[in-house]
Each structure stands twice: as structure tokens, then as C-alpha cells.
Ligand binder design. Sequence first.
Ligand code: PGA
Length: 246
Amino acid sequence: MKVRILPDYDALSETAAAIVAERLREKPSAVLLLPTGTTPLGMYRRLVGLHRSGDLSFARATFFNLDEYFGLPPEHPASYHVYMRENFYALIDADPARVHVPRGDAPDPKAACRRYEAAIRGAGGIDLCVLGIGRNGHIGFNEPGAPFGSRTRVVRLAESTRRVNAADFEADRAPEQAITVGLATICEAREVLLLASGANKAGAVAAAVEGEVAESVPASVLRRHPKGTFLLDEDAGSDLGSGVAD
Ligand code: PGA
């Protein structure tokens, strides 16, 4: 696992977009597993810019998303379906037949989770997974305690996560559950890029990079990944000691 520290959020977003663009140029049919949240917005904006200037096509790529709130239909304004459409998929030349976001309102969630895993396998596995990190060390919605062997499933959200995300929902009540791709599925990606920006991520980043590899810190599982990179801005890296892992 590598750690790269960029000066600020703009540099972080630029570097993340450049890595995604490079992988797509090497392999236009690449399979991507993508995050939502505040952190990746700068990366998405730059990727859309590259597409608009004619420098990058996504037409042959396949997209999977990491997670969705349980119970939300795809048109709910706080759903990750809407987030992804508005910030990325509707702004590029993605083939809708190859865009996959877990359905929060699937009538048989267990079967839908199994189909999602099967679709990832059917696409040939994930080439590049881009992730954010929660203040509690979660990746996707794999909260502390999530098994390293986990697959796509319905999970209960940590209260701290619900508080952080509450403002997106009426009466400040975030859903209690979500569907998330599991840690084993994330770790099977051929490359993983975790993005973290801001001092409120510094503790989680230090625990993941320098603490024990343990299920209490889901992002620490990436230490075992042969091609995993923590891409940080200086604030997110500010709790790291001098012994940064490489
Ligand atoms: P954020 O979310 O980018 O909005 O901070 C990251 C996460 O919770 O995974």
C-alpha cells in the first residue's frame, strides 16, 4: 500500500482524475467501482471536463457504485442514484446499460445483492475502485466491525454516519440501513484508490494507515492490498507520523 500526500483538495482531485483517466486510456473497457460523498466531487468535475474537451471517452467502460441507502427509490433526491446522475453519469458518454447502482428499493434485497455481486463478476471484476473514508474509518457503508470477508449486503448504519449525513434528509433523519458492496469485493479490485481530504479525516486515516489491521477500522483492510493507494491532502494526512507505510 502507498500513501501520497498532495498539498490541498484541488491537487488531490486533479491527481485522482488523472489516475482514472490514465487507466481508461490504457483500457477503455475498464470496470470502475465508484464512491459518492463530498470528497470525490472535484474528481468527477475534472473527469467531466476531460470528457467535454474531447480528451476522454467513457463509452466502453462499466460502472458500479459502492452503496445506496436502503429503502430509497432511485428518484429520491438524497439517493446515490440521483447524486451519480447529476454529478457524473448524465454528464459523460456512459452507456446506461453498463451503469450499476444498487437499488435501495429492491423488493428482494438479498437476491438483489447476490445479483450485484454476480454482475461484478460477469463484467470481469473491478479494475479500479475509488473510495472515500468516513470519520469512523468506514469504506462504502462498511462500518466498524464489518467482516473483512463481507460481500454486497444490507447493513445497519453507524449512528455517527447517520448524524454526518442527516442534513440530506427531511427532519434530519437519515435511513437506518444501506446496501453496500462488501470489503472482500472491494479488496478483489485490481487497484484501489482511497481519497481523503480535510482535518476531520486525519484520525481515521492515521488509524487505517498506522494502526492495527482490524475490523474495527474497515479502511485498514487496504493495507493488505497489493495495489492500494491512500491519496490524501495535507490536512487528512496531518495525524500521520514519520513512518508512513509504502
Ligand atoms: P465524504 O464521505 O466524502 O462526504 O466525507 C466519505 C465517506 O463517508 O465515505
